[in-house]
Design a protein around this ligand. Structure first.
Ligand SMILES: NC(=O)c1ccc[n+]([C@@H]2O[C@H](COP(=O)([O-])OP(=O)(O)OC[C@H]3O[C@@H](n4cnc5c(N)ncnc54)[C@H](OP(=O)(O)O)[C@@H]3O)[C@@H](O)[C@H]2O)c1
Length: 283
């Protein structure tokens, strides 16, 4: 069995590699794929095979997928460029006739209007058209999208957003990665997992939890979508990314980030990590 993990140098990819090893997959049956051999060196040191995998360079994909049985295809990080990049990945997996491709997509893709979902929708369509056995690992929002901002929340005394009282079924990357690996190893192809945290929360509840755990006053500042987009831009985000993120808050406000399937905890065979636990760990 040869398992390739793409984008292995990212946060999710690292966690997935660690989970594969924890589950007893032999290191020499795992290929860690990433753009930079330098970044991959630490995996090579642990006995995992490494390959350059660049979604913009089909020749790297061809080489990485040769002899591969299962591929954990982690969506790329370059928003706006991912449709052709992901098409390259799928074409190479098809040419290599892999036994299974597991794609980390976007939760509620069938009903969400979030702009961020469009590249995932196109990727899922390309996967379907490929005829390959596919398992869809549709991820909800990462809890880290918030916990990584705690220092800023404390500095400003505020969580700013445009999500109103919309609820978010976020989960930790570690939970998603563990569930992804479980699905990758057990899938027969054809499954769709809509993954989110067991408990949802609003941004007011997030602010209250940060306050309660730190003893510092943090409140939720709800902004109109346009004002939130402008605030993100003035904080240094490129305009197209600020637009996509502000639009995600609009989708949250409209109830599109609630995932209540229980798929994530079923794959994990335990409850998902809660907001309170994630904040405690981050602090
Ligand atoms: N659900 C959510 O809340 C959420 C939030 C953020 C991101 N995401 C999605 O989930 C993915 C994994 O998240 P993460 O936290 O691990 O992100 P991350 O830490 O930013 O890692 C992104 C990974 O994608 C790789 N990558 C980017 N462009 C690539 C390309 N052209 N070819 C090959 N690899 C490429 C990066 O490689 P390098 O190391 O070479 O840069 C890195 O390994 C992200 O890429 C994004 O699609 C989801």
């Amino acid at each position: 069995m040869t398992i390739v993990v793409t984008a292995a140098t990212g946060h999710l990819g690292r966690l997935a590699l660690a989970e594969l090893l924890r589950k007893g997959v032999p290191a020499n049956e795992i290929v860690a794929g990433g753009r930079s051999l330098e970044k991959l060196q630490e995996f090579a040191d642990s006995g995992v095979r490494v390959q350059v995998v660049d979604y913009d360079r089909p020749e790297t994909l061809k080489a990485a997928f040769e002899g591969a049985d299962r591929v954990l295809f982690i969506s790329g990080g370059e928003v706006g460029r991912r449709i052709p990049q992901h098409k390259n990945v799928i074409d190479a997996a098809k040419a290599a006739n892999v036994e299974l491709i597991a794609y980390t997509g976007f939760a509620n893709i069938d009903r969400t209007t979030a702009k961020l979902a469009s590249e995932h929708l196109a990727t899922e369509a390309a996967l379907k058209a490929s005829g390959l056995p596919v398992v869809l690992l549709r991820h909800g929002w990462y809890l880290e999208n918030y916990t990584e901002q705690i220092p800023g929340y404390l500095e400003r005394g505020a969580v700013a957003g445009a999500a109103g009282s919309g609820r978010i079924s976020a989960a930790t990357r570690a939970d998603f990665a563990a569930a992804d690996v479980e699905a990758l190893l057990s899938s027969k192809g054809g499954e769709v997992f809509e993954m989110g945290g067991d408990e949802s929360f609003t941004l007011s509840e997030l602010a209250a939890e940060v306050s309660s755990q730190t003893g510092k006053e943090v409140s939720y500042l709800d902004l109109p979508t346009d004002d939130f987009r402008a605030a993100l831009e003035s904080a240094g985000l490129p305009a197209p990314f600020a637009d996509v993120l502000a639009d995600c808050d609009r989708a949250i406000r409209d109830g599109e980030f609630v995932v209540d399937t229980g798929d994530l905890s079923r794959l994990l065979n335990r409850p998902t990590t809660s907001l309170a636990e994630a904040i405690k760990a981050a602090l």
